[in-house]
Ligand binder design. Sequence first.
Ligand SMILES: Cc1cc2nc3c(=O)[nH]c(=O)nc-3n(C[C@H](O)[C@H](O)[C@H](O)COP(=O)(O)OP(=O)(O)OC[C@H]3O[C@@H](n4cnc5c(N)ncnc54)[C@H](O)[C@@H]3O)c2cc1C
Length: 368
Amino acid sequence: MELDGDLLATQAIARENAADLRSRALAVDAEPDRMEPHVGSPGLQAIQKVAQPGMRCLETTVALIELARGDAGLVLACPGPALAGVIVAVLGTAAQQEQLAAAVANGSSWAFFAVTEPHAGSDVARMRTELRPDGCGGYLLHGAKRYIGNGSRASAGVVFARTGPGPLSLRAALIEVPAANLRAEPLDMIGLRGARISHLSFDGVQVPASALLGAHLPPVRRGMWGAIQAFNRVRVQVAAMAAGTALAVYDYVRAERTRPGADDAAILDATGIRIETVRRLIYRAAVDIDAGPRRGYLASIAKLEAVSLAVEVCGRLPALLGRGALLEHPLLEKWWRDCAAFEFMEGTSTIQRLNVAQGYLKGQETYG
Ligand SMILES: Cc1cc2nc3c(=O)[nH]c(=O)nc-3n(C[C@H](O)[C@H](O)[C@H](O)COP(=O)(O)OP(=O)(O)OC[C@H]3O[C@@H](n4cnc5c(N)ncnc54)[C@H](O)[C@@H]3O)c2cc1C
């Protein structure tokens, strides 16, 4: 599919800002908590522009591939509503959307989205974090969340928890941070260190009833229904970041290997073609999400393909620069570490295959 003039302009602006992001990549990787020198930079401003909750998925996706081509770690380190914004746009009232927007309005604050728990990631049905009635019409939040992006530095966040045993009791609450009885600690990650992945503990955090998302919606649409829409959209964005990382490595190796032999030139050419094929697949998945946010079939295929592409490109292409390439080129070494993390974001490849199989059985492959 071809991009129209507006999308080409979005792509060109993102591409212009990629160099700024790349110039900051190693600094953020080394010190992910030291964001002050980077906040307000042209690259981060470009990310904030395209990460607005109300934007078309295709527009965000087109830009994200180019921005991640600069550095995906910076994209994930960027202050803003991120995934919390997507879920609040689906499940929140206008007042809750405004509350989240206000919490990150200064351009230097983050929001988190917490689903994964220490014992339950892919299988959300095993979630244990609870919203227990406090006896005064509100709730007390008890439990723990793990691998939460920007969790330790956020000023607001969305937490999924149970209000009871059944599937409809899984609800999302918008909380402000710092909060009494909430502890947040960054985890020492190997890849995508800019995302500041954290562990959160809730030991009776006060949550007013008005903080629960989806109260204005029918009961079946209040909890995971909204989360699934958000996951489908974000899955395409993770695919975009994985493809952007593959492009970053490809660009780098191409620029360094100015006169490749015939065999290496063939590898580079084939890689370039494969990247463009995956890029188009990701665009189609984004178009599908814009047509219907519950259409996750192509989103899962796109994520599967993009992660496999990134792992292959980051793992194999540096060898064209010699055996010690990862030691001699810190950016290549960083992207090699980053690409392993994409596998886990928004569902592992096994989970995407299950989604694809289930989607196929339901006839969703006719979408797109
Ligand atoms: C960089 C990064 C950022 C993240 N950000 C967030 C965030 O902001 N918020 C958040 O909530 N979470 C976040 N996560 C967590 C991520 O969503 C989980 O890691 C992911 O859902 C997998 O869960 P898990 O790690 O518990 O693995 P598990 O679900 O325990 O899976 C372990 C292994 O078992 C396999 N497996 C699981 N179920 C099945 C099955 N039914 N059939 C066959 N195989 C199966 C998986 O494929 C995997 O290989 C982030 C993770 C990373 C790496």
